[in-house]
Write a protein that binds this ligand. Structure first.
Ligand SMILES: Nc1ncnc2c1ncn2[C@@H]1O[C@H](COP(=O)(O)OP(=O)(O)OP(=O)(O)O)[C@@H](O)[C@H]1O
Length: 516
């Protein structure tokens, strides 16, 4: 009985569908195009009038030149996460410049719901079939017009237009930045077809493994740096308000192997910024430097390593001072040679020049940039050039502390605590060893070497370093005493000489008096 009733229902449904399809075919065949468009347009309006929902569409291509809509791209990224969890039909696309090899998005005619601040919204991925097959320079655009349709209840109109859409676009852009393949730019000289050495940026994918998690450093200091970076990256309005370029300067200093380069990589990973490794020694003059700086993009870190080795640290100031003290040559040939030398000096890259026009260029180009200088010899730098405001934050990377060692032990050996930690802690207090050396000793040298063996190797290295430091201190002391002794002897010898010449003088004077 039940089966018979079901069968009748299916038959009725089938005939209804059949009638609708017949009517639709008649409509398409016998109604002229203009009338069909008119009926469809007003039919939709009528249905829309009855419906409590509002629809907003976001098309992929717009404008005369079929420019890909940024809003569409942001929505696609925003929905990517949600659709990969919820939608049944997904589309995989290889996206250029992304750290992810493929990005999943909703296939056409798929729907996915989103909830934001308690409001439910429906997104649908749609596509208009192309009416005619025509050639286009933009294959994506000629392949039908894709768009997203957002549906929501009319009572939420204000919330959606004022808050939700802004949230979706913002979040979509942020996800794009997070997933972006980061780049490492270098200013290597490249020859153009005139044979001229043009210096411009070339890049490779930046895939440095160092992050703040792997960085061996006191956690308090790490947090402080992370907070500073976060504050900077969110400070767009603040920098605008105070009328300054959105930039921040960091000076990283410390002995070799204490993690200056690792810190820069961790910063780039944390902010998802690109890195411009500026090799100043290959930059011809300030004009070339200015050009390179203009070409840097927003959300980037400009790094100048070993600043003390790569630039005239004293800048123009010292030259001017010397100029006053130097005597002007009299003959015209020497004067010309001196003028030429001065001119070539004035076109060279100087640190003061660099710092002076960074502000000017970046205020005009906008966007956020960090500039990082590193040095192994902070004492060599002119204090005026690294004063706050120019270098806003000075970070010292130093020898390995016990806390820093614990980070390395966790990373390299996966151990949080060990009976040998206490001994290592004491030895670290008495020895100066760089995190690079500690890391080297913690690395297992063979497949059979376990944490115990690696920690023992480190203890041996620490004891050797301690012994060497003791011997060096003794040797330094011996040399110091020897030097002081020599100086004393020299002074004594000079005193004897003075006494002898005085005695001679007195004797001669006496002889003259007697003669007189
Ligand atoms: N603080 C650290 N945390 C984690 N690893 C570190 C740290 N310092 C050094 N290392 C390890 O030592 C290696 C060398 O360190 P890094 O190049 O960062 O030092 P650096 O201070 O920049 O040295 P240099 O002044 O010679 O360029 C890194 O590849 C890393 O493995």
């Amino acid at each position: 009985m039940m089966t018979m009733m079901m069968g009748e229902k299916w038959a009725q449904l089938g005939s209804v569908i059949g009638s609708i399809m017949f009517a639709w075919a008649m409509f398409n065949q016998y109604f002229p195009q203009q009338l069909r468009d008119f009926i469809l347009k007003y039919g939709q309006k009528f249905v829309g009038f009855l419906s409590p929902n509002i629809h907003i569409t976001f098309h992929e291509f717009s404008g005369e030149y079929f420019k890909r809509s940024e809003a569409y791209a942001a929505i696609q990224t925003y929905l990517s996460d949600k659709s990969s969890m919820k939608a049944k039909n997904l589309k995989a696309e290889v996206v250029k410049d992304s750290s992810q090899s493929v990005i999943l998005s909703m296939a056409e005619n798929e729907e996915v719901t989103d909830e934001f601040e308690g409001v439910k919204l429906l997104w649908a991925s749609m596509k208009h079939a192309p009416r005619t097959q025509s050639f286009s320079w933009y294959p994506e655009a000629s392949d039908g017009k894709r768009y997203y349709k957002l549906t929501f209840h009319k009572s939420k109109r204000e919330f959606v237009t004022r808050t939700y859409i802004h949230h979706v676009l913002q979040e979509g852009k942020e996800i794009t930045v997070r997933n972006r393949q980061r780049k490492l730019y270098t200013n290597n000289p490249s020859q153009n077809w005139h044979g001229y050495q043009a210096r411009k940026w070339s890049h490779v994918a930046f895939e440095h493994p160092s992050t703040f998690d792997t960085l061996a450093m006191e956690s308090k200091k790490k947090e402080e740096i992370k907070n500073d970076l976060t504050k900077f990256s969110q400070g767009k309005e603040y920098y605008k308000k105070i009328g300054k370029a959105w930039k921040r300067g960091y000076l990283l200093y410390g002995p070799p192997g204490t993690g200056k380069s690792s810190m820069i990589a961790a910063m780039a990973d944390f902010l998802k910024y690109d890195i411009y490794d500026l090799e100043l020694t290959t930059v011809k003059d300030n004009t070339e430097l200015r050009k390179l700086l203009i070409e840097t993009t927003s959300k980037s870190i400009i790094v100048i390593e070993d600043i003390d080795c790569s630039i005239d640290l004293t800048g123009q100031r010292k030259k001017k001072k010397e100029k006053v003290e130097e005597e002007e040559p009299k003959d015209p040939v020497s004067k010309m040679a001196k003028d030429e030398e001065e001119e070539s000096n004035s076109t060279k890259v100087t640190l003061s020049g660099l710092l002076n026009f960074i502000d000017g260029i970046w205020s005009a180009t906008g966007g956020e940039r960090l500039i990082i200088f590193t040095t192994n010899h902070v004492e060599k730098l002119d204090p005026a050039l690294i004063r706050r405001g120019r270098m806003d934050k000075h970070i010292e990377l130093s020898y390995c502390s016990f806390q820093a060692f614990k980070v390395l032990a966790k990373n390299y050996l996966d151990v949080d605590s060990h009976q040998l930690f206490e001994t290592i802690g004491h030895l670290l207090e008495e020895t100066n060893i760089t995190p690079a050396d500690v890391a080297e000793n913690l690395m297992p040298k063979s497949l059979t070497e376990d944490a115990d063996a690696c920690l023992k190797t480190l203890i041996e290295a620490l004891e050797t370093a301690k012994e060497e430091a003791r011997k060096k201190a003794e040797e330094d002391m011996r040399l110091k005493v020897e030097k002081e002794e020599k100086e004393k002897q020299q002074v004594a010898q000079e005193d004897v000489k003075v006494d002898e010449s005085l005695a001679k003088e007195v004797k001669e004077n006496c002889v003259e008096v007697v003669k007189g």
